[in-house]
Design a binder for this molecule. Structure first.
Ligand SMILES: Cc1ncc(COP(=O)(O)O)c(C=O)c1O
Length: 389
């Protein structure tokens, strides 16, 4: 009988050493030794040999983290990187060349937007944006040189959702790689690869870590796609630290339990805020009012841990709301055991023009709550008292 993914997230472990440790060991070492000059020569002669040489190339603790992600994402293979942005950048650099074109949802994480609009054009790679709410526009943007379609679902911070199966059908028809950033959902909630994505990316810094401790990234997909990515990371250096991999692989043991609790509390909070007098709308993937609710129900097992809402009082109300909070943390991270509030218009996205903010789905009074693992009533009490504006 096939094991459940919850069990694999706990029981997939590096082979026990002679010390008979119960918890997984941490191989905090930069390099590995050889028994002979011949073994060393053989290790360097063949890139595909399954032998540890140097931790920029591979490391048993990092490999354990990758193996677990692959099992959870139902992927053949994967690579791990130092941050989520290193995973995004390595993917772009491996599969896009001068003269190529990438189509991306306009609602993507800020640094991904910067790479697409400021760095890729510098190297002769062109981009087009489409609106997540109008996926029918994708086909009209496809050119002979289009190589990749990039989406986040749900998106950060707009919580837009795209039907991964139908976008995958478009990509297959035109021979384009579909890359999905699955950071907001995590593999406990959504697995893009069985839905048709070619590659799935994570910022492991968020819910995968789950306690706001370390940075990390991962890409998973078919072996033939991971091999060139592995060589890019091995040779250019954005590899994951074994220490971070140890923290992250331990975190995966609790991912399913945590995501259930994040999502149950988020749904409760989203429902409770829906009719609040200071709020014009609440957005959460599993609220029937979400524009893509039916798609969310189809491809996600719960709505995840992020809730957004719009304050009627705009930017000023957003600032006041943050200042009124007594328990929720004011920080730009998300996916922590501690609940976090952010107001993109006055903080992370304050340098953008109003039009640019609108373009990426950031309205003046938009508040993003990363719902933590505290008692949901305590989270709600703090939000409600801060809503006296
Ligand atoms: C959706 C998404 N993708 C990628 C990243 C980048 O990850 P990192 O901060 O680990 O580089 C983030 C970070 O917030 C994110 O939210």
């Amino acid at each position: 009988m096939a094991r459940h993914p919850e069990t694999d997230a706990i029981r997939t472990q590096t082979e026990r050493t002679s010390e008979k440790e119960h918890s997984t060991p941490l191989f905090l070492t930069s390099s590995f030794v050889y028994d002979s000059a011949e073994d060393m020569a053989a290790a360097f002669a063949d890139d595909s040999l399954d032998v540890n040489i140097y931790s920029r190339f591979s490391n048993p603790t990092v490999d354990e983290f990758i193996s677990k992600i692959c099992i959870l994402e139902k992927a053949e293979d994967g690579i791990a990187t130092g941050t989520g942005m290193a995973a995004v950048f390595a993917t772009f650099m491996t599969f896009l060349s001068k003269g190529d074109h990438i189509i991306s949802a306009s609602a993507v994480f800020g640094s991904t937007h910067t790479v697409l609009t400021k760095y890729l054009p510098k190297w002769g790679i062109d981009y087009s944006y489409f609106n997540m709410n109008v996926p029918s526009s994708i086909e009209s943007l496809i050119r002979p040189e289009t190589k990749m379609l990039y989406v986040e679902s749900p998106s950060n911070p707009g919580l837009d959702i795209i039907d991964i199966t139908s976008v995958s059908a478009i990509c297959k028809k035109h021979n384009i790689l579909l890359v999905v950033d699955n950071c907001f959902a995590t593999p406990a909630v959504q697995q893009p690869i069985p839905l048709g994505a070619d590659l799935v990316i994570h910022s492991a810094t968020k819910f995968i870590d789950g306690q706001g401790r370390v940075l990390g990234g991962v890409v998973a997909g078919r072996k033939e796609l991971i091999q060139p990515l592995y060589l890019f990371v091995r040779n250019t250096g954005p590899s994951m630290s074994p220490f971070n991999a140890w923290v992250l692989t331990k975190s995966l043991e609790t991912l399913f339990v945590r995501m259930d609790r994040h999502a149950a509390s988020a749904l409760k909070i989203a429902n409770a805020l829906t009719d609040h007098s200071e709020i014009s709308w609440v957005k959460y993937p599993f609220l029937p009012s979400h524009p893509q609710y039916e798609i969310a129900k189809k491809q996600m097992s719960n709505g995840g841990g992020i809730v957004t809402f719009e304050l009627k009082g705009g930017v000023e109300a957003g600032r006041k709301f943050l200042n009124n909070l007594k328990m929720l943390s004011m920080t730009n991270n998300l996916g922590d055991s501690r609940s976090i509030a952010s107001h993109p218009a006055s903080t992370t996205h304050s340098k953008l023009t109003e039009a640019e903010r609108q373009g990426v789905g950031i309205t003046p009074g938009l508040i993003r709550i990363s719902v933590g693992l505290e008692h949901p009533d305590d989270i709600l009490d703090d939000i409600k008292q801060a809503l006296v504006l």
